[in-house]
Design a binder for this molecule. Sequence first.
Ligand SMILES: [Zn+2]
Length: 816
Amino acid sequence: MTDPSSPASLTEEEARTRAALIEIERYDISVDLRQLLEGERWLASSSVSFTCRRPGATTFVDVVGEVVSARLNDVELDVSSHAAGRLPLPPLEADNTLVVSSVQADTGSGNAILRTVDPQDKLVYVWSSFEPDGAKRAWACFDQPDLKAVHGFQVSAPAEWSVVSNCPPEVVLDRDDGGRLWVFEDTPRLSTYVVVVNAGPFHELREQRGGHSLGLHCRQSLRPYLERDAEELFRVTEQGLAFFEERFAQPFPQERFDQVFVPDMGGAMENWGCVTWSDSVLWRTPPTYAQRQLVATVLLHEMAHMWFGDLVTMRWWDDIWLNEAFASFAATWAAVSATEYADGWASFLTGRQLSAYLMDMGPASHPIRNPVPDVDHAMASFDHITYAKGQAVLHQLMAYVTEERFVEGLRRYFAGHAWGNATLADLMRAIGDASGRDLAAWTESWLDRAGTDTLSLVGTTLLASSPDGGEPRRHALRIGSYTRTPAGLEQIGDLRVETAGTTTQLLDLPVADLHLLNDGDLTFASVRTDESSLQTLLAHAASLPEPVNRALAVGTAWDMLLKGELSTGDVLDCLLNVLASEQSPGVVEPGLALALQAAEQWSPTVLIPRRLARLAAVVVARADEPEHRHAALRTLAWSASTPEHFELLDAAAEGDFDLAWRTMVRRASLGRYDEGAVQALAEQDPNPEAYLRAYGVVAARPVAEAKAEVWEHFWRDRTIPAGPPAQEFAKCFWRPVQHELMVSWAHRYLDEIEALSGEGLLAAGTKVRAMQPTTCDQAWLDRAQDLADAESTIPIVRSGLLQAVDTLTRVLDART
Ligand SMILES: [Zn+2]
């Protein structure tokens, strides 16, 4: 046995060679989870039936952990040759059966498998999540996306557990030697990374909706939260399935569609027929609109993968961006078209799309499409370029060819490649054929070059430029023209334009007070309208008729802040003007988050209290409107400073534990920490993770000892789950107004990164990104740059560091 913790990363070349040699018919996988009730060992036996196109040739099977035994075609193999997660196979026959028994003892680190114990009731749950190549940690398999196969699962589990996998159980039997045996129906042909086994004493809800049996599962202690949200989860699931089935002209072929909420998992995973989610999205206090919208969007994203990813799978990880960008695009498309979240594009623009613009202007940017020489590099691509810029660019593609033809292309693509693998070229060919347009140049310019084009209006000329100096991309966009009236801005023109090259003459542009470039936000570009339009935009954005255009105004101001073209004060003015009257809840919450960032992180320390007070005045007024009260009070809890503010918060926090915690965080950050009050609130709060909120209060204190205490929880105890809890914790910890104190912790952050090892790459990358400092000094920038440049730094950490250096450089510039 070699060190099982350092498996070799499969290269594209190795994957191509293996895919050319073998074809997998099926896996019959027996998993025994019974030792996990008390212990740590996950036992598996994997029987693989496969054919070989060149009998006599050799290859290897992937398996990480202890290999107990292996037989190929009834001949026992010498397992001492197992090394670096690979078991070499002797010469193959035309038809082969390989049976490998293995044990995975690493079930506590969250690397592909996690066994967790609920802190409240001590019940044990086990989940698996394999993307990109974690399946080999659970059982022996040919772990690459283009070797798809039928999977038949049999799972032995403790008697009180239920087991949830891709397909429904065929039968559940009592075992003579204890526990129960769950035998599942065969899956369709699936890639190894989208199969799943989740188990534990789950609480299950099931309903028949729209011809599907929809299941929801969570741990027992979260039952009240799942029951609170179940109706909406069922409704959005039903709406999403119906939307995608119609748009893709492919029904979801299985009656059952399950969603399992599990502890201590980052994000969600699109396992076929059994999406696995972080249960932190079962919000422990009634969610705001933005939180509900986030859940709906993630739900639709994972669901879109049932078609794009699971039914038709990328051949290799170089198209992972397409997989993620498409699912993200499809989620917003479905949310806007088929659910109550009709302002989804406005929310996307004010939130994730701005993150994509920021990343795209810095050194961490990369072309959307990238070579991925081995699997480890695939994970470095999980960023704002992949998800958010990719999403915006697919939205632009739909505008470029029209929705009708885009849909026709998708239908051809799914029909032509169902249950197989495909590449970007296959997709673009299908959309190109359906639209009658050659998309080769479009593909190259949008996907193979980093950076954001700038579109500027000078008189009646639209100028386009690319940051790399190359030929600008073609943009299909709208230019809205507006005139000022006593009732606000009124639209008097809507010009549809397709740019070509650097200069486009706009012959039909009417005379107007405001020409809004990229009206409706159809393209991904930095837009600069003419000077007089800009003044109108900054001063009167609030009266633009459409939410997406108010979001566009805010986004343009933010883009100018990032590039040093507008001061933080001017941007805050524009934001507060919009936020004082904004009615679209999908714009209000991300807009408030931007205003808070402007007032704190992007402002000199001395100006922070004054600017927060201006924000507080806006949200105090909005707190009287029932629809916006929740979001307004949360923002007040970050910005309160007067006795009146705290009076309002304390009154509203009666019976609202979330707000009570937030108010306590704010008091602690102002030096008014009350240990007794924290303990009392933790005892009253029924949330099993109330201890995390108490960490947040300690984290916010302007005291080094307090920071030191919670620092250990984040980096070492594993008591702060990834995802929203970690992000919330980081926000409490990195208070920009505590700049003097925070600089030394920013340096400690780099110490931690230097010491990172032995964890899953994704887990490491998630931590590095979640805990990114919000302030620093020049020495930190230099050191972080050196660390990013070091050869030993893994790609996902490098990209996080480069992003941090770029953002904080812009922040420091804006503050002076
Ligand atoms: Zn995804």
